[in-house]
Design a protein around this ligand. Structure first.
Ligand code: TC6
Length: 676
């Protein structure tokens, strides 16, 4: 292995460069090399200042996460950062790309920071369930103020160099193409400055009430997570302490968090998300098909949302509808959504026009002939989809990818009406499609490897997290939703209330429970629309126009602000069905709700794996985190099952008479886990 750290003298400035692709993570070799290089600079009488820079696409993107949980090698990152700061010759951090986590902490240990304006700085450790453990909770508030530190450290978002400069975190901006030269010049400018500015020596200035105000303002966002609360506590508890004591408290909290199950879960998700983009039997160097224009069929909520992903990424979209009115409405909604983002400051007004300028709305189906990828987003009916794909087969150019946004239907059957089954694939977006990060890529029996590779690559470009699923009813996510919703409904029959079942799910960390979700999605979805045919509780609700939030009533009653309250009418309907079906009642404990609605999901997940419909357990976790709001601190259903213990899951399923998946049973018997 070549040494990742090299040094070179530029006159009296020692330039220390890290070259540890892909992201200059601060692994052991980098830490050792940096420590040695700083020693070298201090020992050399000709050196008056030093610059720490990185080669490749970014400044240090943080500690090497793959080292967590393994025995650590010296020097530890906090020691290294202290060593840098303690140097009695000025050290300048030269930042490009992303200075994240430990990388930002290294920069904070340097006496000065210079950055190109495209650089970003941040402390994303919280997303891994930990806190900035190399002095970040102590140096950042001293340099940029407590409020900026709380914002960065608890939310994990990064800020552009210009904002970092305004906050005092960056001292100077460099030319985009002259970072190193500017950093060396800066180092020369400050070579004789004494005393050196050391972040740890500054006082922390605290406005009264800042911590409580911040806690209250973010209570909903941080619900369930250990790390943000710990970060606020650490900064608050140490604000008046000297750095040395503050950093001890930081270390204690870091150790507590990193040993916890939440951090293990969140680190699992970090790697799971990246693994999901890899397809076992499709080589990484597969030649991709060029996608210069995308076609979307259907300008409804889904088609519009799907289109926005491509427009925002600068890819032109041709959107087709059957009626002018529907087309105009669809384009209008897209514009409104963009304008709403601009009003919130997330987009510049000219970006709205740029995106909308890439949209070609048309009633002419044949216009899709010039598209490289065509996504069908019409309603879920096999006959309609087959008609569309037959027509597409007639007009699409050779090599065009034909995708369906179906959320349940058989991609093989859809592909069978074409003479190009290899070009057909499922692209299941989640609603709202311009917001939700998940994309299920459904691989048909004949889907060509380069089609899959192209779609996975495109997913990255439109900032989605893509997971490959095999053909089965509901693919990964919706297939696992089915047993959950069915059991939730049975629980109502047996004595539970919608509010009780939902509360168990919300307390678990889900954004909403099964009945709140039904009310949001629409109780009438899949309803036969015959008010005289009442076969279950859902039929009864739908027949009374209780379609959910959109009609002001569903499993709950809603006021004009859509605040739910338990509904006496729903209680009557449920009682009626309990009597009609003669269902024996019993007291339902929260534990039973968990076993019957969540263990059953794990069981279905295991079946999906058993049948090879998901490549790996971690892909299922990614689907549930990014598609359904499974709490990241529980790592997804399969990771969570590992933490509960597979033997416990099997016992819980058997207690309620469920048939246990063979894979789940085998793993439980062997003492194995889904995720290693
Ligand atoms: C910390 O610093 C704690 C400090 C306290 C210590 C006491 N380590 O995301 P990409 C890999 S905690 C190891 O696809 P991008 C990644 O797995 C850390 N590996 O690239 C992938 O590998 P693969 C705080 C890492 O251009 C490859 O690099 N820092 C690390 O879309 C490319 O990654 C963070 O949390 C790492 N730190 O985005 C930052 N980072 O090719 C985490 C990446 O084998 N990183 N890899 O699949 C990021 O946010 C992004 O990687 C990025 C680049 C924005 C830097």
């Amino acid at each position: 292995m070549t040494d990742p750290i090299t040094t070179a003298k530029d006159g009296s400035v020692l330039v220390i460069t890290s070259n540890n692709p892909p992201v200059n993570a601060l692994g052991a070799a980098v830490r050792q090399g940096l420590a040695a290089a700083v020693e070298q600079g201090l020992a050399d009488p000709d050196v008056t200042a030093m610059v720490i820079a990185c080669a490749g696409r970014t400044f240090f993107a943080g500690a090497d996460i793959s080292e967590f949980g393994k025995p650590m090698q010296e020097p530890m990152l906090p020691t290294l950062v202290d060593q840098i700061e303690a140097a009695d010759k000025p050290i300048v951090a030269a930042i490009h790309g992303t200075a994240l986590g430990g990388g930002c902490e290294v920069a904070l240990g340097c006496h000065y920071r210079i950055a190109v304006s495209s650089a970003k700085l941040g402390l994303p450790e919280v997303k891994l369930g930990i806190l900035p453990g190399a002095g970040g909770t102590q140096r950042l508030p001293r340099v940029a103020g407590v409020e900026v530190a709380l914002e960065l450290a608890t939310k994990g978002a990064s800020i552009p160099a210009t904002r970092a400069q305004a906050a005092g975190l960056v001292d100077r901006l460099a030319g985009e193409d002259s970072l190193l030269a500017d950093a060396v010049a800066f180092a020369r400018d400050v070579a004789d400055t004494r005393p050196l500015p050391r972040a740890s020596e500054k006082p922390m200035t605290v406005e009264p009430g800042v911590f409580d105000t911040f806690r209250a303002a973010n209570a909903k966002r941080f619900r369930g997570y250990d790390a943000p609360a710990e970060i606020i506590d650490v900064i608050e508890a140490t604000a008046a302490l000297p750095y040395v004591e503050g950093v001890q408290r930081e270390r204690q909290s870091f150790m507590k968090l990193i040993m916890g199950v939440q951090s293990a879960a969140q680190r699992h998700i970090f790697f799971a998300e990246r693994k999901a983009s890899k397809i076992d039997d499709v080589p990484e160097d597969t030649t991709l098909r060029p996608i210069k224009r995308v076609g979307v069929i259907g300008a409804g909520t889904m088609g519009g949302g799907i289109s926005m992903n491509f427009l925002s990424a600068g890819i032109p979209v041709t959107i087709v509808e059957m009626k002018q009115e529907a087309l105009d409405r669809g384009a209008g909604v897209m514009r409104k959504n963009y304008e709403a983002s601009a009003a919130k400051g997330r987009l510049k007004p000219e970006q709205v026009e740029q995106a909308m300028g890439l949209l070609t709305p048309t009633l002419d189906f044949d216009a899709l002939g010039e598209c490289d990828l065509i996504i069908e987003a019409v309603y879920e009916e096999m006959g309609v989809k087959k008609d569309i794909f037959t027509r597409l087969d007639g007009i699409a150019k050779p090599g065009a990818i034909l995708a369906s946004n179906t959320s349940y239907l058989d991609i093989n059957e859809i592909a069978s009406v074409t003479k190009r089954r290899g070009d057909v694939v499922g692209m299941h977006f989640f609603s709202p499609a311009n917001v939700m990060k998940l994309l299920e890529v459904v691989r048909g029996d004949a889907t060509a490897p380069d089609v899959l590779a192209t779609v996975m690559d495109l997913a990255k470009k439109i900032r989605k997290v893509a997971v490959v699923a095999g053909v089965c009813y509901g693919f990964i996510g919706n297939r696992m939703l089915i047993p959950r919703q069915m059991e939730a409904m049975k629980l109502l029959h047996e004595g539970a209330t919608p509010a009780q079942v939902d509360k168990v799910h919300v307390d678990f960390g889900m954004p909403m429970g099964p009945f709140q979700m039904a009310d949001l999605a629409g109780v009438d979805i899949g309803w036969h629309r015959d008010p005289s045919r009442i076969e279950n509780i859902r039929d009864a609700l739908a027949a009374e126009n209780r379609w959910g939030q959109k009609t002001g009533a569903g499993f709950y009653d809603y006021d004009e602000k859509r605040t739910p309250s338990p509904s006496p009418r729903v209680t009557e309907i449920i009682d009626d069905f309990r009597a009609k079906t003669n269902t024996p009642q019993h007291e339902i404990t929260d534990e039973e709700v968990v076993e019957r609605t969540l263990y059953t999901m794990v069981n279905e997940g295991a079946r999906i794996l058993e049948e090879g419909k998901a490549q790996r357990a971690s892909d299922i976790d990614v689907v549930w985190i990014y598609g359904y709001g499974w709490p990241p601190y529980r790592g997804g259903p399969m990771f969570w099952a590992d933490t509960v213990g597979l033997k416990t899951i099997v016992a819980g399923l058997e207690k309620h008479g469920f048939e246990v998946s063979k894979l789940l049973r085998d793993k439980a018997e062997k003492g194995e886990r889904f995720n290693k």
